[in-house]
Design a protein around this ligand. Structure first.
Ligand code: SF4
Length: 416
C-alpha cells in the first residue's frame, strides 16, 4: 500500500503526496503541484553551521546563540510560518523566558482576518466543507492558481463533492474580484470576473451590500451597476458560499469593517463563509498557538519577570526594526531581509543576528550565527495547522544530521 505524505509547500498542506527517494534524497514527487515538488525536493543551497561566517559545530553555534540572547536587553524572535507547531510553542516559551518581542509574517498579511476568525467575528468553514458543499466560490484579491496551485482542483472549483456531484461544470460558480486579470480570473471566465481599481475593494463591497439590500449600487469609479446587481443575485442564491480572501484584499482595506458588513449581509440573505488564503504552511498554527497562550495572535512582547505578554503595533517586526527598539534577533525559517522593505530590514544587519533555517538566504548571509535545521515535513515531523484551522500530522521522509528547529530552540533555551 502506498504511503502518503503531507506537502508543506503552502497552507493547503495536501496530504495525498507520494514520494520516491534515492540516496537519501527525494527523487520523484507524485500528486504535488510544481511549488510542492520544489519544496519536497529541499533546498538548492543548504545552510551551514557558522559563527561570524566561520564553519562550526552545532553545539558551539547553539551556545553562541544563547549567549547573544542572554546578553540582549530587547531581543526579537521572528519567523515561525515555516515551522512545526512544536517549534512555535518552544519559541513562545523562549520569548517568555527572555522577555522577547515575538512576531510572525501574519503581522503584515493575513493576521487581521485570522484574528477575527479566532474571535468568532467572521464565519468560516473547513476546506472539506468547501469541497463537499460549496456552490458559489468567490476569490477576492486571491490568485490560488499561483499561490495555492491545487486549491481549485482539490478543494474549491473542480472537484466533485458529496453535495456537488457534478463538479464545476454544473454545480459550482467561481467568481473573481481583483485589480488585474489573474490566472484564477481567467478560469472564472470574463462574465464572472469583476475588475476593480486599486484600492476600490471597500467601495465595491459596500456597493455589493447595497445591491444585496435591493438598492441601486454606486461606486465612485463608475462600475456597471447592472453587473453588481447580477453578482448580488448569484450570491443570494448560493446554498453554501465561500469568500477566499487573498492578500490583494487585505492590503487594500484600511480595516475589516467593509468585510464585516458584507459577510453580515450575505449571511442575512444566504449562507456564506470566509477562508483566509494563508501562504506559509503553518502561519495559522503560530497564530493559534500564540492566541491560546496570550489571547493575541502576533505583535507581542513578553515581560521576562512576569511572563505576561503586552500587545501592540509597536511590537510588530516592522515597527521594532524601523524604530530600532530591539538589540538582537533570532529569525526562524524566514527571510525578512528579502521580504521586508530594505529601509526597515536593514537594521537587522546592524544587530547580533541568529538564523535557524534549512536553506541559505539573504538574511542568513548577514547573520552572526547560522544554525541549519531539518526541513519541516521532509526531514522532520510534527504537526501544523492548515489554512482552515485543521491540524495535520507531518511525517518525516528522510534522515538528516540537522536537528529539527524545535530541538534547536529547546537547546538554546536550556543553554540560556
Ligand atoms: Fe503543496 Fe500547496 Fe501545492 Fe498542495 S497546493 S502540493 S500543499 S504547494
Amino acid at each position: 500500500m502506498s504511503e502518503y505524505y503531507v506537502c508543506t509547500g503552502c497552507a493547503l498542506l495536501c496530504d495525498d503526496i507520494e514520494v520516491e527517494t534515492e540516496n537519501s534524497k527525494v527523487k520523484t514527487v507524485h500528486a504535488a503541484c510544481r511549488k510542492g515538488v520544489a519544496r519536497m525536493k529541499g533546498c538548492s543551497d543548504h545552510l551551514e553551521c557558522t559563527i561570524d561566517g566561520e564553519k562550526t559545530d552545532v553545539d558551539s553555534a547553539i551556545a553562541k546563540a544563547a549567549e547573544i540572547l542572554r546578553n540582549a536587553d530587547k531581543p526579537l524572535i521572528f519567523g515561525h510560518g515555516n515551522s512545526s507547531s512544536q517549534a512555535q510553542k518552544m519559541s513562545i516559551g523562549l520569548a517568555k523566558k527572555i522577555g522577547a518581542y515575538l512576531d510572525d509574517t501574519s503581522s503584515f498579511c493575513q493576521g487581521p482576518v485570522i484574528e477575527a476568525i479566532l474571535q468568532d467575528k467572521l464565519k468560516t468553514c473547513t476546506l472539506d466543507d468547501i469541497r463537499h458543499k460549496a456552490d458559489v466560490i468567490m476569490f477576492w484579491g486571491a490568485d490560488p492558481s499561483n499561490s495555492h496551485p491545487r486549491h481549485l482542483s482539490r478543494y474549491s472549483y473542480f472537484p466533485r463533492g458529496k453535495e456537488r456531484q457534478r463538479g464545476w461544470e454544473e454545480d459550482r460558480t467561481a467568481i473573481c474580484v481583483d485589480v488585474r486579470k489573474s490566472e484564477t480570473a481567467v478560469i472564472c471566465g470574463d462574465n464572472r470576473f469583476y475588475q476593480i481599481p486599486v484600492g476600490g475593494d471597500a467601495e465595491f463591497m459596500d456597493a455589493l451590500v447595497s445591491a444585496l439590500s435591493s438598492k441601486v449600487p454606486k461606486t465612485s469609479f463608475g462600475f456597471d451597476a447592472k453587473r453588481i446587481l447580477e453578482l448580488a443575485n448569484v450570491l443570494k442564491k448560493a446554498k453554501f458560499g465561500v469568500i477566499c480572501v487573498g492578500l490583494g484584499l487585505i492590503y487594500s482595506l484600511e480595516d475589516l469593517n467593509p468585510l464585516f458588513r458584507l459577510m453580515d449581509k450575505l449571511n442575512e440573505v444566504s449562507d456564506f463563509n470566509l477562508m483566509p488564503m494563508v501562504g506559509q504552511y503553518n502561519m495559522r498554527g503560530f497564530n493559534q498557538n500564540l492566541y491560546e497562550e496570550t489571547g493575541y495572535i502576533n505583535r507581542v512582547k513578553f515581560n521576562s519577570e512576569t511572563g505576561v505578554a503586552e500587545h501592540g503595533p509597536e511590537f510588530s517586526v516592522v515597527e521594532a526594526l524601523r524604530n530600532k527598539t530591539v538589540d538582537a534577533a533570532l529569525i526562524i525559517g524566514s527571510d525578512p531581509l528579502s521580504s521586508l522593505p530594505l529601509s526597515v530590514s536593514r537594521y537587522l544587519a546592524e544587530i547580533p543576528l541568529i538564523t535557524i533555517d534549512p536553506c541559505r538566504n539573504l538574511t542568513s548571509s548577514k547573520a552572526k550565527v547560522t544554525i541549519p535545521c531539518a526541513l519541516g515535513g521532509v526531514e522532520s515531523g510534527g504537526t501544523a495547522v492548515r489554512m482552515d484551522g485543521v491540524e495535520v500530522e507531518l511525517k518525516k521522509i528522510l534522515e538528516t544530521e540537522n536537528l529539527p528547529d524545535a530541538e534547536i530552540l529547546r537547546k538554546i533555551m536550556e543553554a540560556i
